[in-house]
Design a protein around this ligand. Structure first.
Ligand code: SAM
Ligand code: ZN
Length: 485
């Protein structure tokens, strides 16, 4: 038993540099790491937990109150009783040498490569046993989250008690139950997981309201915003240095936007083109008739495609065929996903320039255009459907217009997969200036700062004259732009 007066090792020293190095490396470990088993936020590195637990559980051998039995048992352990290399032979005879050897062991054991080594585990457990010969220490973690601390405590031979406010985190009973129950645990976890998911969905529903088409957002992106001060504009400017979301080679994602202009009456907004042309009543009559006539003269490929897309048959998305989008009529159009599908026949080789202009026109209005040849649709139907399906996986449904904002233009964002840098629009903030996406007017730094100061939460965004990495996690308190995903 370690007397209360005796300091623990962590109170006098800790191999911070070594443990930090191993902790940093652990971030890139995939195989065998619990983080690949289940996601948790702010999960602490196992290396740091293991090292700190040991340093807290062992007494400082230099402390006058440190039991001599511990010193002797620790010496024996470090000298190879458990098969560990006799690295510390000359050092451990003094208390200082023993302290140094213990710290060195803790540092080495933080290395991922040694973490499951049976020699290291045996030495660690023996040291803890030597410090607590009469009873197994109990490690309590009331904020256990992903369970790093209790997991390491169990591995070190301690008992562990873990709890968390979040019921999902409490599923960590797995730690004990996996060895106890084996494979049938998987079924039980699936059942309990299903129940927790159902309950969580119910409780969180109010924060994730469904879109008109029934789609549920899975996350929100936030940015501080300021108002454009141009008298003819007044749009909200999200303060974002870049619209890139992910630059990883196989997961490139960015934001693009379209401007929704206010309607002439000021009572609602109308997409620069598109949304306003949704209902037949706003369409010129001749366009409607043209679209109607095209519908009757469908090619075989169009007929087949319509058969596959109609009635929300693909990914539950609603498609329209021969949709009037002045000055064009689009073959197939999914408004929810801002997606245009064009089926080209042989004659389109001559029409390439016309098609390019048409594609440009549609893309400038925030629509994604997919083109397929007639014979692709007829002969390689699965590949065509797969490519449409893939595109529909990251759609951004139009956000309903917030009340009272119908008199100023606004910007609507969507996530997309850029093919190159050029496709990604510039961010709104350079240095401390903010550029309005609707009218391109630049708000000078003092106006940006003044607006932020007036907002609840204050001007807590870093706006240095020199460019810096984005102020992650800061300034999410007041006027915010929210993008539904
Ligand atoms: C930083 S995380 C812990 C991470 C953990 N050490 C790991 O390595 O995975 C903090 C945890 O505290 C939990 N928490 C916050 N407030 C709490 C409270 N009042 N009672 C219990 N748990 C709480 C959160 O749900 C979260 O899982
Ligand atoms: Zn503006």
């Amino acid at each position: 038993m370690i007397p209360k007066e005796c300091k623990r090792l962590a109170e006098v020293d800790f191999p911070i540099a070594v443990v930090s190095k191993h902790s940093a490396r652990e971030k890139s470990i995939r195989h065998g790491h619990p983080s690949t088993l289940h996601l948790w936020w702010a999960r602490r590195p196992l290396a740091a937990c293991r090292a700190m637990l040991m340093a807290l559980l062992l007494p400082d051998p230099c402390d006058a109150e440190c039991p001599e039995e511990f010193r002797a048992a620790a010496r024996n352990t470090l000298l190879g009783k458990h098969g560990h290399p006799r690295r510390w032979e000359s050092e451990v005879c003094t208390a200082e040498g023993l302290r140094k050897a213990l710290l060195e062991f803790i540092g080495d054991f933080a290395n991922w490569d040694n973490s499951a080594n049976t020699d290291y585990l045996a030495v660690a457990r023996a040291l803890i046993k030597a410090a607590h010969p009469d009873e197994t220490p109990l490690v309590v973690d009331p904020f256990a989250g992903g369970g790093s601390i209790p997991l390491e405590a169990l591995r070190l031979g301690c008992e562990a008690f873990a709890s968390d406010l979040n019921p999902v985190a409490c599923l960590k009973v797995m730690l004990e139950d996996i060895p106890r129950h084996g494979p049938e645990l998987a079924e039980e976890l699936r059942r309990v997981g299903g129940e927790i998911k159902k309950q969580a969905e119910k409780e969180l529903a109010e924060f994730y309201p469904k879109d008109p088409d029934g789609a549920v957002p899975i996350a929100y992106l936030w940015a501080r915003t300021v108002r454009c001060e141009s008298p003819n504009c007044g749009a909200e400017i999200p303060l974002m240095r870049s619209f890139w979301l992910c630059k990883k080679a196989n997961r490139k994602r960015a934001l693009r936007y379209r401007i929704i202009k206010p309607s002439p009456s000021g009572r609602g907004c109308r997409e620069a083109a598109g949304e306003g042309y949704h209902g037949p009543h706003v369409l010129p009559k001749e366009h409607l008739e043209f679209a109607r006539s095209l519908r009757k003269q469908q090619t075989d490929a169009e007929t087949k495609m319509w058969y596959l897309l109609r009635d929300r048959r693909l990914a539950g998305r609603k498609f329209r065929r021969q949709h009037a989008f002045p000055p064009y009529v689009i073959d197939f159009y999914c408004h929810e996903a801002s997606l245009v599908i064009e089926i080209d026949g042989g004659q389109h080789t001559e029409q390439r320039r016309y098609d390019e202009a048409r594609t440009k026109h549609l893309e400038e209005r925030g629509l994604k255009v997919l083109r397929f040849w007639n014979n692709e649709v007829l002969q390689d139907t699965e590949a065509v459907l797969e490519s449409i399906w893939n595109d529909l996986q990251s759609p951004s449904p139009p956000t309903p217009l917030p009340e009272g904002e119908g008199s100023v233009p606004r910007v609507e964002f969507e996530v997309f997969e850029p093919k190159n840098e050029k496709e990604v629009p510039d961010g709104t903030v350079t240095r401390a200036k903010a550029t309005c996406l609707c009218c391109n007017i630049v708000l000078p730094p003092e106006r940006v700062r003044a607006q932020l100061s007036e907002q609840r939460g204050g001007a807590d965004v870093i706006f240095d004259p020199s460019p810096r990495p984005s102020p992650k996690g800061r300034g999410r308190s007041a006027e915010q732009e929210c993008l539904r995903l």
